[in-house]
Design a protein around this ligand. Structure first.
Ligand code: SAM
Length: 346
């Protein structure tokens, strides 16, 4: 019996492995093809039924022969289907590629494959050498500085984040232990989808959406049911955060390194009311080989930002350094958990 670390001399196993690894290496072309059709609006053009390549190409402004090659690959992933009569149709699996409807993945695809995430990921060996993000080497500034200087890129990012969050906001808000009244501050809350969900569930809560000005410019608060119960405050959570009873930090901690996280959490600790709580809404990485979407997102964070996905122990250490104490980790039925902290006893 070979030991767990010992490889047998088996040409068949080598060939299997080679074929598998070559397919793995080609995987990026599916992402690229997905980006191309999302960008061109192919799914919207097919929303009313199948079209020939000539019709489709005309509608989306694409060369039909190139379009055929892109759709042919995506048909192998079950996103489109080539019909026997030369037409293509959008499948059930591909339906969220459409830009309308409450659950569209289109903006998320355009963000996740945007050059700011794609280029650093493509040069990940540089991260291995450096042990840090290579974003500055490629773009001459940090990830968030890049967005701050280009309104269009900023909106690509914020709309993409909102699209990723749309389906998860309701289950996450349902799993949060929310007070009946008081002030909830959503730090780095983006376009405000989660805060809106929270305010619709608790009719006596007041909500503060805190983010950079370019995010707040497109915020979605303002539903009639939340009239007079929210405020959007632009600011920098590394400097100061508004006072509140509960702080929400969804997909925020994972953007930053440990020292930066401790600065944000310390600012929450300082500003929060007696009995206040911090709810970090992030993936909690499972140990070992268990698959988890966050293990891929973690590499995006490594290549483009200073952040990382964390284990429960790693969150506990961050809280401790900020004068807080982890009290529980609550699953939400999404990729994210609620990691809840209160002030540590003094
Ligand atoms: C990954 S996004 C998460 C957005 C939202 N919470 C969600 O889950 O969809 C991180 C957010 O942090 C905001 N942000 C980044 N730096 C910030 C800063 N220094 N002060 C306040 N917000 C900041 C970004 O503008 C962005 O909206």
């Amino acid at each position: 019996m070979p030991s767990e670390t010992e490889m047998t001399d088996d040409p068949g196993a080598d060939r299997e492995s080679l074929l598998f690894l070559v397919d793995e290496a080609l995987g990026y072309l599916s992402s690229a093809a997905l980006r191309a059709v999302a960008s061109a609006g192919v799914a919207d053009a097919l929303a009313d039924g199948p079209l020939t390549l000539a019709e489709l190409g005309k509608q989306v402004g694409a060369d039909p022969r190139a379009l055929y090659r892109v759709l042919r690959l995506l048909a192998t992933r079950g996103i489109f289907e080539e019909l026997g009569d030369g037409r293509f149709r959008l499948t059930e699996r591909g339906r969220a590629l459409r830009s309308d409807g409450p659950m569209s993945a289109r903006a998320a695809i355009l963000m996740l494959t945007h050059r700011t995430l794609w280029r650093p990921a493509g040069e990940m060996e540089g991260c291995l050498e450096k042990g840090a993000s290579i974003f500055n080497d490629l773009f001459d500034m940090s990830f968030f500085e890049y967005f701050a200087q280009d309104a269009q890129v900023a909106m690509t990012f914020h709309s993409g984040m909102a699209a990723m969050s749309d389906w998860e906001n309701a289950p996450i808000a349902a799993a949060c232990d929310l007070p009946e009244s008081g002030v909830v501050v959503d730090l780095g809350g983006g376009l405000g989808g989660l805060l809106l969900e929270v305010l619709l569930r608790r009719r006596s809560l007041f909500g503060v959406l805190f983010d950079q000005a370019h995010a707040l410019a497109g915020h979605r608060l303002g539903a009639r049911e939340t009239d007079g119960r929210w405020e959007a405050i632009p600011g920098d959570f590394f400097t100061e955060v508004p006072p509140g009873d509960v702080y929400l930090l969804k997909r925020v901690m994972h953007d930053w390194d440990d020292d930066q996280c401790v600065t944000i959490l310390t600012n929450c600790r300082r500003a929060m009311a007696d009995g206040g709580r911090v709810l970090v809404l992030d993936a909690v990485i499972p140990p070992g080989n268990e698959p988890h979407q966050a293990k891929a997102v973690d590499l995006m964070l490594m290549a483009s930002l200073t952040g990382r996905e964390r284990t429960a122990d790693e969150f506990a250490r961050l809280f401790e350094a900020a004068g807080l104490r982890l009290v529980r980790v609550v699953p939400t039925g999404t990729a994210l958990s609620i990691v809840e902290a209160v002030a540590a006893a003094t």
